[in-house]
Design a protein around this ligand. Structure first.
Ligand SMILES: [Zn+2]
Length: 469
């Protein structure tokens, strides 16, 4: 009986190996050098297109991709939706036995002040093997790499069980109108998608060696609040004990001293477990079993005081705006404050509002939400795509530590998850903290070598994911 079982297992493994062999052969047969040269040249061209938002003018970027895909015979459509603004959608058909994989990128960039830059922000110049340009990291590099993946897949006839969708959207940096328009007007082009890769991850080279690969699986959701205190106004020389500013100050004191409860999400638990490898003892031991370690009040407090970790463990509140009188000698009848609250996936805005109201404990202070009510979502860290990204990262860099990350900010993954798609933030490049901090700042740039390696890495991930259930 055991012999038969072993034989059956051997036969099954052989079938699996045979099925994998064509894909491995395919990956080994690609003439990378030519594609890498082409990618660098195309990224230089792409970075020359000024899509500073506002106003955006992303139609120029959509036309750029349109020409590329047309030349390669890949079906694609420009979707204009406002003057100067357009998305581009391309689709490479698979055999339909698995659900589509979407590569999402935004074509707009934040503005750049040329006076602060070493080279013109829209020159696409290479200096010391680094490619300069607004969008070089956020995220024209990734957009171009995603497009190259489709071009190579078409040219080299990558076998596909899934359709590959390339979607370049406008206006991510300001209003997300590009994605919103697409989801509202063409849900049929996205529906059925199983996976999506976009920005929101990051792979940071560590000062002491190794690289932390962050795969974005979740984002915190903004829930902005305005507090409005009312009271009797008067002359500043005659203090009023319960004036609007005084009431507000007391309420704010209660809020900033309020520790919201800790919540440990499964992906955050996994993050600590993986990140333990980079920590010295005894912290490493605590990170490995974070759930248990957090029961120790002293340790829990030390993590709460660490800005790098605190936001992962609770709903957070930052007091950001204060307004009272416009004159020093006038006690105003109204005083306001605004709070930038960020909720964890799974937190309920209404419930949070109830708790905040109890902390404020003053019925003369109105508490008003001022941002759209969005329930934050997340994707699991145990899917086929997540595993493939992890394995490919480790194959590229054996000193990589791959962690699922919770983004403190918002990304458009939130919008696409609502369509039932598993969305991951993943960038196929490794960068230093210095280059990372050039995003939205002066001298944004990417090492040329990272573009060359990034093409191979993302192609391998997509090729494997497109053929594995
Ligand atoms: Zn971005």
């Amino acid at each position: 009986m055991r012999v038969i079982l072993v034989l059956t297992w051997l036969a099954a493994s052989a079938v699996a190996l045979r099925a994998q062999a064509p894909l491995e052969n395919h990956l080994h047969s690609i003439p990378w050098a030519a594609y890498q040269r082409q990618s660098v040249k195309l990224l230089q061209e792409y970075l020359k297109i000024d899509t500073s938002n506002p106003p955006g003018n992303e139609i120029a970027a959509a036309e750029f991709f349109h020409r590329l895909f047309d030349e390669a015979g890949i079906p694609n459509t420009i979707h204009p939706y406002a003057p100067g603004r357009a998305n581009l959608y391309a689709r490479l058909k698979g055999d339909g036995s698995l659900r589509p994989l979407i590569l999402l990128n935004h074509t707009d960039v934040v503005r750049a002040d040329p006076k602060e830059w070493r080279v013109s922000p829209f020159s696409g110049e290479i200096v010391d093997n680094e490619l300069y340009g607004r969008g070089a990291v956020d995220m024209k590099d990734e957009g171009l790499i995603q497009a190259m993946v489709l071009l190579i897949a078409a040219k080299e006839r990558l076998p596909l069980k899934r359709d590959l969708i390339f979607l370049a959207v406008a206006d991510e940096e300001v209003g997300s109108t590009g994605s919103a328009w697409m989801i509202q007007n063409h849900p049929e082009l996205l529906r059925g998608g199983e996976y999506l890769i976009t920005e929101g991850g990051g792979n940071l080279i560590q000062p002491l060696g190794g690289t932390i690969y962050g795969i974005g699986v979740a984002e915190k959701s903004p829930f902005w609040i305005r507090l409005v205190a009312k009271g009797r106004g008067g002359h500043g020389s005659m203090p009023i004990a319960d004036s609007a500013p005084n009431r507000l100050a007391r309420a704010l004191d209660r809020i900033v001293n309020w520790q919201t409860p800790m919540k440990l999400l499964p992906s955050v638990e996994k993050y600590f477990h993986e990140a333990a490898r980079l920590q010295p003892e005894p912290r490493a031991r605590k990170f490995r079993n974070i759930r248990k370690a957090l029961r120790d009040q002293t340790f829990a407090r030390s993590l709460s005081e660490d800005e790098e970790y605190n936001y992962m463990l609770r709903d957070t509140i930052s007091l950001t705006r204060l307004q009272g009188s416009t004159q020093t000698n006038v006690i105003p009848a109204t005083a306001t404050a605004e709070l930038d609250i960020r909720l964890l996936p799974g937190s309920d805005p209404q419930q949070f509002l109830g708790e905040l109201t109890r902390v404020v404990a003053d019925d003369q202070i109105a508490i008003e939400p001022i941002s759209p009510h969005r329930i934050p979502n997340s994707s699991p860290a145990d899917t086929t795509l997540y595993r493939i990204i992890r394995e490919a990262a480790l194959a590229r860099n054996p000193r990589a530590v791959v962690v699922p990350t919770l983004n403190s900010g918002y990304t458009e993954s939130q919008m696409y998850r609502r369509l039932g798609i598993h969305c991951y933030g993943f960038a196929p490049v490794e960068i230093t903290p210095e280059i990372d901090s050039s995003q939205h700042a002066a001298n944004e740039r990417i090492p040329v070598e990272e573009i060359r390696r990034g093409i191979k890495l993302l192609y391998e991930i997509v090729a494997r994911a497109a053929n594995e259930p």
